[in-house]
Design a binder for this molecule. Structure first.
Ligand SMILES: Cc1cc2nc3c(=O)[nH]c(=O)nc-3n(C[C@H](O)[C@H](O)[C@H](O)COP(=O)(O)O)c2cc1C
Ligand code: SF4
Length: 590
């Protein structure tokens, strides 16, 4: 066994020295990472075993206990989750395979669990089997999946159409039309020079598309000016915000444009190495992305002396994440790239001066790099002419939920929510969650608000909820998401997100009181203002927005008492009653 372990480790290490890559290889081969494997990894990579252990524990796709040969993970997102048409598909599969969620079956054939949104929200219910997505699930498909698993049918022999993930592009705009010749932007940067390239990006007014909206030109300039042994570029393709899937489509159908954008940035800031940090849920896109990278190397668009430009060398490696939403936060992402747990760093210093390996680093979203290409192709004035004063250009949206045509929509900034709802065929919408659970929940009186940094800023997700939806259930789902994804580093978020989740569960379960609502407001404020990073600072948004805009969703579930404890003492005595065969009045608290 030790020989096999060592050969898996050294082969994976030769492909990529990143710890996550080595752990993935072990997880795939042995279905778990044993004590012996931990020791071997630590010795091979010259790391303390405690660090390897901590990394495995941190990422939800690594396991110390064996998973099944078919490892099935259902998305629990409100848009691509396992509840389809009121049916719990995970429970259906569980019954058919005689397995409980969170467990591996005794014969080791199959394990089943739920996981945070897998970015398939335009396809309805979805799951990952051994890391590969199957979308548009219904009961009939679940029954067939159960039979294929029982027959131990290799995944290659499952219906090929199940693994096809459509882009679902519904409205094209500045970036998605993509009607100019390949790599014209690289010719443009050589003509502009590095300073001129930077100046084009600055003048375009481009702001980051990952959500925070920081000026891209300023970020690139700060990085270029920062002192260091090397400069790095990182593309943030972690896309873990529930309801967001536009980067999935960009990676699938616009990968050339993305790598071109990273190359433009490399020229502007003087970087020789870039990384694409791909979320683990999109691992199925890896072969395609590697093919695009290889082709670009063959064409002289990556590597040494790009397009014959002496001294301009740049290449890109891909590192795959392992199921941790927090790794979308740029400093946590850099930690993860360095093979550590994704714990957000204390900032300042910021990545532009102290990023990957402590060196100046630009971290940008997939869409930001692609927008940079188009700016270099057509000029900053062309880009700036579209959108609003503070929000130049267009935004690509992931639209999901209660609408006829979920998918990808690109609009100039300044588009109203109402326009998007009309275009995607949303009827009777009562609420829209803009920018995912960490964003803003708005009601129908606000549908004339505009998307952009001037009003409703967004990383690109729009989740639509019609009048039939139980909004409290949606908010409960979001609270569970944050409690699960909190990295645990700081107390307000680690404890606060769990308290908020518990409070909401109590209300949804019909045991909430006015006291609980007041208490949740108090805790929500604490989590928002005392947490270390953006996850904690936004985790209470759905609750606060919900209480402000949809108070009835909470109040109609309250019991008419001032206070009811979280702990149900009477229920806790049930086991004792059963053991003692008592159910008389004196055996109950009330
Ligand atoms: C919890 C959390 C998750 C995030 N996830 C992502 C993500 O998946 N993709 C992304 O581009 N930015 C994400 N961000 C924002 C990044 O920290 C960073 O601002 C962004 O990658 C910068 O790129 P941009 O300027 O092009 O937007 C996240 C931030 C937080 C706090
Ligand atoms: S706010 Fe939450 S996610 Fe961010 S560092 Fe603190 S515990 Fe981790």
């Amino acid at each position: 066994m030790t020989g096999l372990l060592r050969s898996v480790i050294s082969r994976a290490y030769a492909e990529s020295p990143n710890v996550l890559h080595v752990l993935y290889a072990l997880q795939r081969q042995f279905l778990h990472i044993s004590d012996e494997a931990v020791r071997e990894v630590a010795s091979h990579l010259e790391l303390p075993t405690s660090q390897v252990d901590a990394v495995i524990e941190f990422y939800s796709f690594f396991h110390r206990i064996p998973r099944g040969r078919y490892d099935i993970l259902f998305s629990n997102c409100t848009s691509c989750g396992y509840m389809a048409g009121g049916v719990n598909l995970m429970a259906v599969l569980g019954r058919q395979l005689e397995i409980v969620a969170g467990h591996t079956r005794g014969d080791g054939l199959v394990s089943m669990d739920q996981t945070s949104c897998i970015g398939m929200c335009d396809h309805g219910a979805a799951l990952l089997v051994n890391g590969i997505p199957i979308v548009s699930l219904d009961v009939a498909m679940i029954t067939r999946i159960a039979a294929l698993v029982e027959a131990a049918m290799p995944l290659e022999d499952w219906p090929a159409e199940w693994f096809h993930v459509e882009d679902n592009i519904r409205v094209n705009g500045l970036l998605l039309k993509d009607d100019l010749p390949e790599d014209i932007s690289l010719r443009a940067i050589f003509a502009h020079g590095a300073a001129g390239t930077l100046s084009e990006i600055i003048h375009s007014g481009l702001r980051g598309r990952g959500g925070a909206g920081f000026s891209t030109g300023m970020k690139w300039q700060l990085c270029r000016e920062a002192q260091g042994d090397a400069h790095y570029i990182v593309c943030n393709a972690d896309e873990g915000e529930p309801g967001t899937f536009k980067d999935r489509v960009l990676l699938h159908s616009y990968a050339d444009r993305l790598f071109e954008g990273m190359t433009v940035c490399a020229f502007a800031i003087g970087a020789k190495q870039g990384y694409l940090y791909l979320r683990g849920e999109y691992r199925y896109l890896l072969p395609h992305l590697q093919t695009v990278l290889s082709r670009r190397r063959e064409l002289g668009l990556l590597g040494g002396d790009i397009l014959g430009q002496p001294g301009f060398s740049f290449d890109i490696d891909i590192v795959v994440g392992a199921g941790a939403y927090i790794c979308g936060e740029e400093s946590a992402l850099i930690e993860s790239l360095e093979g550590k747990r994704g714990i957000p760093r204390v900032r300042p210093p910021f990545p532009v001066t102290h990023g990957y390996l402590g060196q100046p680093t630009v971290v940008n979203n997939v869409e930001t790099f692609i927008a940079a290409v188009h700016i270099l192709r057509r000029g900053s004035a062309w880009f700036k002419a579209v959108g609003t004063e503070k929000s130049a250009g267009s935004k690509i949206l992931s639209v999901s939920g209660d609408c006829a045509a979920p998918g990808i929509y690109e609009y100039p900034f300044g588009v109203t929510i109402r326009q998007v709802l009309d275009d995607c065929g949303a009827k009777n919408a009562q609420a829209v969650q803009v920018s995912g659970p960490s964003g803003t929940l708005i009601n129908s009186a606000e549908f004339d608000r505009k998307l952009g940094f001037d009003d409703l800023s967004t990383g690109g997700s729009l989740m639509i909820f019609n009048q039939a939806r139980d909004l409290l259930a949606v908010i409960v789902n979001f609270a569970h998401f944050f409690a699960h994804e909190s990295c645990g580093f700081c107390t307000p978020c680690r404890v606060g997100t769990v308290l908020l989740k518990n409070g909401l569960d109590k209300i949804a379960g019909g045991h909430g009181t006015r006291y609980d609502l007041d208490e949740m407001q108090r805790i929500a404020a604490l989590v928002k203002y005392r947490s270390h990073c953006g996850l904690g600072q936004t985790a209470a948004n759905p609750i606060l927005d919900g209480l402000q805009r949809f108070p009835q969703a909470f109040e109609q579930r309250l019991v008419h008492r001032d206070y009811e404890p979280h702990f149900d003492l009477d229920a806790a005595l049930e086991e004792a009653r059963q053991v003692s065969h008592r159910d008389d009045t004196a055996a109950h608290i009330e």
